[in-house]
Design a binder for this molecule. Structure first.
Ligand SMILES: NC(=O)C1=CN([C@@H]2O[C@H](COP(=O)(O)OP(=O)(O)OC[C@H]3O[C@@H](n4cnc5c(N)ncnc54)[C@H](O)[C@@H]3O)[C@@H](O)[C@H]2O)C=CC1
Ligand SMILES: CC(C)CC(=O)C(=O)O
Ligand SMILES: [Mg+2]
Length: 354
């Protein structure tokens, strides 16, 4: 019987549209004839909002929830446009999806492929995963502004860290480390953010006692930025909060060959909701519409999706094709479509045909 993989796609804005087209073509080429991929494209994003006034309603969430997984591009428009002020799209669409679908594991693997040049002189073996908490922290919108517009204006942005939320993501990080290099690094700022820091430290220490073969250590986030540049090979699994994870994963992308290679998954491990896979990067208005975006991050995100939905062989075909393509491309400049087509061709050649 043919397995049906029913996907929602949300290409979004800017280069999101360009890279999702390539990722979807690669995904379809990877699965082989035993899997039927059905896709429904949703128009959400800044452009859609400006045209219709709609961002993402509860009825849209109910519709999206019917799909097995979501392939997401990137959202965000012209930052100078006052109609998009306050991250109305980033919050009202992307974060709303992550929160509503309980994507508490924001999985961001970093791997320096052998043929890829890192800006670091001697990076060593770079292969780690940042497990970023995805539903809490300062991203929940808890705060406000009083005395706005006066010299006495006060703005607050309160970071929410629940024991429930921290414990489950920490547990996931340790379980991942069990399958990898058996090391977890908690990154926080416990010397200053002492309230949230003590919750994270206590729950990491408690979970560590369930994993005697996993070593764990701790770094303040500022020091973590040093070691990501001077000694990235020391990391296996980093667990951290929503904000620190956001920042560190752009840095992780930069040291491993560029943000155009950095993939991610917004995962609900229990499968209560569809998980959503997206490149780490944004809509890149500076290069949008010019076929300059590297679609590899979106393609590797599609591989994470395939793995998540129980198609690990298809996922491996994608990562192997990416690895081979990276080895071949060297410093040649290719368009978004050329990179996508080259990877899709390799994947198709490796996929079963019966
Ligand atoms: N997940 C999402 O939808 C995200 C959305 N954003 C939004 O995207 C917009 C732009 O944000 P920025 O801070 O400029 O971050 P960005 O990630 O879009 O771009 C940062 C820099 O990286 C380059 N870049 C990004 N992706 C690339 C790719 N695939 N290939 C080659 N170069 C690439 C861009 O050209 C730019 O110079 C904003 O509206 C922001 O809020 C930002 C991050 C994530
Ligand atoms: C635009 C933000 C909401 C998201 C972001 O930068 C990220 O998830 O990496
Ligand atoms: Mg980010």
């Amino acid at each position: 019987m043919t397995r049906v993989l029913d996907l929602a796609t949300i290409p979004g804005d800017g280069i999101g549209v360009e890279v999702v087209a390539e990722a979807l073509a690669v995904l379809k080429a990877a699965v082989g004839p035993d899997v039927e991929v059905t896709t429904t494209e949703y128009p959400f994003g800044a452009e859609h909002f400006l045209a219709t006034g709609e961002i993402l309603g509860d009825d849209d969430l109910a519709t999206l929830a019917q799909h097995e997984a979501i392939l997401f591009g990137a959202v965000g428009g012209d930052p100078r446009d006052p109609r998009l002020a306050g991250g109305i799209i980033e919050r009202g669409l992307l974060l709303k999806l992550r929160f509503a679908f309980d994507h508490y594991v924001n999985l961001r693997p970093t791997k320096l492929y052998p043929s890829v040049t890192s800006p670091l002189a001697d990076p060593g073996e770079v292969d780690f995963v940042i497990v970023r908490e995805g539903t809490e922290g300062p991203y929940v919108g808890n705060g406000g502004v009083i005395r706005q517009g006066t010299p006495h204006e006060i703005a607050t942005e309160v970071s929410i860290n629940t024991a429930y939320g921290v414990e489950r993501v920490v547990k996931h990080a340790f379980e991942l480390a069990e399958k990898r290099g058996k090391k977890v690094t908690l990154v926080h700022k416990t010397n200053v953010l002492t309230h949230a820091g003590s919750t994270w430290s206590r729950l990491v220490s408690a979970e560590a006692s369930n994993h005697p073969d996993v070593v764990w250590d701790y770094l303040h986030v500022d020091a973590a930025t040093i070691f990501l540049v001077t000694d990235p090979a020391r990391f296996d699994v980093i667990v951290t909060d929503n904000l620190f994870g956001d920042i560190l994963t752009d840095l992780a992308g930069a040291i491993s060959g560029g943000i155009g290679l950095a993939a991610s998954g917004n995962v609900n491990p229990e499968g209560a909701f569809p998980s959503m896979f997206e490149p780490v990067h944004g809509s890149a208005p500076d290069i949008a519409g010019q076929q300059k975006a590297d679609p590899t991050a979106a393609i590797l995100s599609a591989a994470l999706l395939l793995d998540h939905v129980g198609l690990p062989e298809a996922a491996a075909r994608v990562t192997e094709a990416v690895s081979a393509d990276l080895a071949e491309r060297g410093s040649a400049t290719r368009t978004t479509s050329e990179v996508g087509a080259a990877i899709a061709q390799r994947v198709a050649a490796a996929a079963p045909t019966h």
